[in-house]
Design a protein around this ligand. Structure first.
Ligand SMILES: [Fe+2]
Length: 220
């Protein structure tokens, strides 16, 4: 006949055997979304400060090609960058109709903004553009590879809005750039830079020297 202590030990081992597969599978197993048969939620793209240089007045030409200003025969200075990707919701749905705004400084490090009136500046750079995601949730811009300016590493500012998701404002950085003590990143949670870094590569079938980079945003 088993002692009470042995019976309790055997019962505990049986319970642990039943629980082990769940423990090894990680916390996602316990997500109520998974238990009900849905996909685990995606991690949203980290937000970053809007910064002081969102245009006070939007330019007349605000299309998705920032390298060419309507009515100006000369193209923007800088390395051409084809910047594209998708926008998703946290549940993995693609989000057609998302308004994606992009603004960044010109090749001299100047914004098209009343608060940044230094010279030289490149008036052939549009500085701001808007794209709307297509039926597959895709956006595409033609711009220039971002350059550094005083106190900041190269970065692009992006704001995304969709009717059925919270908005997102953030900044993207370029893989391989030297990012020193940056105030914006230092004020961000640890690991933010890695999540907001985009790799660039030569753009196939485009003009000589052009680069391409892709980034997938997940709205909060
Ligand atoms: Fe900036």
């Amino acid at each position: 006949m088993q002692s009470d202590a042995h019976a309790r030990f055997t019962s505990r081992r049986r319970s642990l055997r039943l629980l082990t597969p769940l423990l090894l599978a990680g916390p996602a197993m316990f997500s109520p979304r998974v238990a009900s048969g849905q996909q685990p939620l995606l991690v949203p793209t980290p937000s970053q400060t809007e910064g002081p240089f969102y245009p006070k007045t939007l330019p007349a030409d605000r299309d998705a090609d920032l390298t060419q200003v309507a009515g100006r025969p000369v193209k923007a200075l800088g390395t051409v960058l084809y910047f594209s990707g998708r926008v998703l919701a946290r549940d993995g749905r693609i989000l057609p109709g998302t308004i994606v705004e992009l603004w960044q400084c010109d090749n001299y490090g100047r914004y098209h903004h009343a608060g940044d009136d230094g010279v030289p500046r490149d008036d052939n750079f549009q500085g701001y553009g808007v794209a709307t995601t297509d039926a597959e949730g895709r956006y595409a811009f033609k711009t220039i590879r971002p350059v550094p300016y005083t106190g900041r590493p190269p970065h692009m500012h992006i704001r995304l809005r969709h009717a059925n998701a919270p908005p997102l404002t953030t900044q993207l950085y370029i893989a391989g750039d030297v990012v020193g003590a940056d105030g914006v990143l230092m004020a961000s949670p640890r690991g933010t830079l890695a999540k907001l870094t985009m790799a660039l590569a030569p753009a196939p079938g485009r003009e000589a020297g052009a680069l391409a980079g892709s980034y997938e945003f997940v709205l909060p």
